[in-house]
Design a binder for this molecule. Structure first.
Ligand code: GRF
Length: 196
């Protein structure tokens, strides 16, 4: 399958996907990386791997590019922009997002990046983690594909927690994409059944 990845920052999740496709552990290829940030390092990662890297902020143009390239799966990997209902409907059940918490906790407006981990510490929860979900009209509200957990430690601060959560993000994102490309994800309303 043809995969399109949208990034806004460093692109470590993108790198994890690229590595997995190169290792042929995913039945798919990253055909394009698009960022709304001109100097997102994720674009560099794409170029290094001879993948089309495009800076674009106009959503209609982004949709056009994805269609032109026959993208079957859109992955939001650290893409810090709300997806419009139009964009969602263009890629209904073909767009997934990685969020650095166990949704529905610590998600939605204003919860992104380090803020998520600081909120986790401020609330004193003992377990946090990451979630891969299909994108629907809401912010981080779509059907959940996979979640991974991370224990919060006494000596954690936002950066140390972010680091351990990011490792789990990479793992569950690769697994989610593998399952999607093998057509093993069965969405039933709010639930996703995995036919492994
Ligand atoms: C990280 O905060 C991650 O939790 C979230 O987006 C941010 C950047 O990830 N998914 P990446 O390194 O750009 O993939």
């Amino acid at each position: 399958l043809n995969i399109g990845v949208l990034v806004s920052g460093g692109g470590t999740n993108l790198q994890a996907i690229i590595d997995e496709t190169l290792a042929e552990k995913i039945n798919g290829q990253v055909k394009v990386v698009i960022s709304n940030k001109k100097n997102a390092f994720g674009l560099e990662r794409a170029k290094t791997n001879n993948i089309d890297a495009i800076y674009e902020t106009d959503e209609n143009k982004i949709i056009e590019i994805l269609k032109e390239k026959n993208i079957d799966l859109v992955v939001l990997a650290g893409y810090l922009k709300i997806i419009s209902p139009k964009f969602v409907s263009e890629f209904e059940n073909k767009m997934i997002n990685i969020h650095p918490s166990l949704i529905p906790a610590f998600c939605g407006e204003g919860y992104y990046g380090q803020r998520v981990h600081q909120a986790v510490l401020d609330r004193g929860v003992k377990v946090t983690g990451a979630t891969v979900h299909f994108v629907d009209e809401g912010a981080d509200t779509g059907p959940i594909i996979i979640q991974g957990t991370v224990e919060v430690r006494n000596d954690d601060d936002a950066p140390t927690l972010a680091k351990r959560v990011l490792e789990v993000e990479h793992k569950i994102l690769k697994e989610s994409i593998r399952l999607f490309c093998e057509n093993k994800l069965n969405i039933q309303g709010r639930r996703v059944f995995i036919n492994e």
